[in-house]
Design a protein around this ligand. Structure first.
Ligand SMILES: [Ca+2]
Ligand SMILES: [Ca+2]
Length: 426
């Protein structure tokens, strides 16, 4: 047995002993209702706390299940508080049910999950829930180990979490991110509306991955350098409706004497971004703002992608520091299926590797040319500025049988246009 196999074996054994394999195979029926928390103004009422985990200070509620070895806790939240919060320590995976709750915390997260195991956030069917933070956070509490805890968002989680249920969840962020996880986030269903003010940061910030399988996720971010979704790892779009608007400009900072530029993007993925289903609509309005910005491949096998960028290029002196490209990848852009309709203030598609069109239906419009790889297996056609095609917002553009209803905010005179579909003759 080589070292790597041995390590995997040991990790798996440790996982089984810790019960995390069991925890990850969660079924709703395994759970009994446990703790009910009803917020009311600046107070909260707790019932069902048979283990004595809960402490309440005004409407700030702490659930301390740090030594909770009995699995499957459910915390159900309802009511409304103008100055409250929920902070949870838990050893095992558990569920939070948002059952028509409104939590405003002027100086910290509305919900802070400090458990490292899976958290299931169930947005109860038919309910509307709202989480809001303030513009500055008070110093974070200290946990049982004596470490100051993280509080990176209105809804923050140390561990991975799953969003499910068919209710509505509104998240407002005024200081940091709206949602953040130091692990990964999976959205399965629900109607989630994220609004980040210009004093906030990203819509969703995750360290270890983001997947959307269903539901509707609307994200509006206004700050300079803000991303709708900022993912340090792999992004998977498998279904659902994802609508992202960014309106900030570039954030230019000097860090340790080095000038650092952060441009806005609908999605910034530091690894593979794989789109296999769903509908994504990204609008980037600010200077230098991109639609998709990937540190590795952008790959599309299905679903429908719409991207519109309308910002100017960002310059410092005479140097361009950020281009408002629609889809940018540091590695390759690979289409094998689905549909992509892109209207860019600069390039529709740009990458350091190959732009491979091996399938799908594509119309990419830009002020600068997008150049597919000669290794592409599906026919494509390119129209350049000499053909003097004016792209007018609000009108439907049809070229070679491919139609795109151009967003009203976009115009481009003498556009470069790239089209491809299975029906196109080479
Ligand atoms: Ca507070
Ligand atoms: Ca952390």
């Amino acid at each position: 047995m080589n070292m790597k196999k041995k390590l995997i074996g040991m990790t798996l054994l440790a996982a089984i002993l810790n019960g995390c394999v069991k925890d990850d195979k969660y079924e709703m029926s395994n759970f009994k209702s446990d703790i009910d928390i009803v917020f009311n103004g600046t107070t909260a009422t707790v019932t069902g706390d048979t283990n004595g985990f809960v402490s309440v200070n005004g409407a700030d509620v702490t659930v301390n299940g740090a030594n909770n070895t009995t699995a499957n806790m459910t915390i159900t939240l309802s009511g409304s508080t103008s100055e409250g919060s929920l902070l949870v320590y838990n050893l095992r995976s558990y569920t939070i049910v948002l059952n028509g709750v409104s939590i405003n915390n002027s100086d910290g997260p509305a919900i802070n999950n400090q458990a490292n195991k899976a958290l299931y956030i169930n947005i109860a069917d038919g309910t509307t829930n709202t989480l809001t933070d303030g513009t500055t956070y008070a110093p974070a509490p200290v946990n049982a180990k004596g470490d100051t805890i993280d509080q990176k968002a209105t809804l923050f989680s140390e561990g991975q979490f799953y969003l499910r249920g068919n209710g509505t969840l509104n998240i407002n962020a005024n200081a940091k991110n709206a949602i953040a996880s130091d692990d990964y986030v999976v959205m399965e269903s629900g109607n989630i509306k994220i609004s980040v003010s210009n004093t906030g940061s990203n819509g969703i910030k995750v360290n270890d991955g983001f997947t959307i399988k269903g539901g509707t996720l609307n994200i509006d971010v206004k700050a300079d350098g803000a991303r709708g979704i900022k993912n340090d790892a792999r992004t998977a779009i498998e279904g659902g409706n994802l609508n992202i608007t960014t309106s900030g400009g570039c954030k230019i900072e000097t860090v340790n004497g080095v000038k650092d530029t952060t441009s806005c993007a609908g999605i910034k993925s530091d690894s593979l971004l794989l789109m296999s289903g769903g509908v994504v609509n990204i609008v980037s309005k600010g200077e230098g703002g991109k639609g998709i910005n990937c540190s590795m491949n952008y790959e599309q096998t299905g679903g429908t992608l719409y991207v519109t960028t309308i910002g100017k290029v960002t310059t410092t002196g005479k140097k361009i520091v950020s281009n408002p490209h629609a889809v940018k990848a540091d590695a390759n852009i690979i289409f094998t299926g689905g549909e992509a309709y892109v209207a860019s203030a600069r390039k529709a598609f740009t990458c350091d590797g190959e732009l491979l069109i091996n399938g799908g239906t594509i119309m990419g419009i830009g002020k600068k040319v997008s150049t597919p790889s000669a290794n592409s297996t599906q026919a494509f056609k390119s129209y350049d500025e000499d053909e003097e095609i004016d792209v007018i917002g609000g009108k439907t553009l049809t070229i070679d049988g491919i139609s795109y209803a151009i967003p009203s905010i976009y115009t481009c005179k003498n556009a470069y246009i790239l089209v491809s579909s299975a029906h196109l003759n080479k």
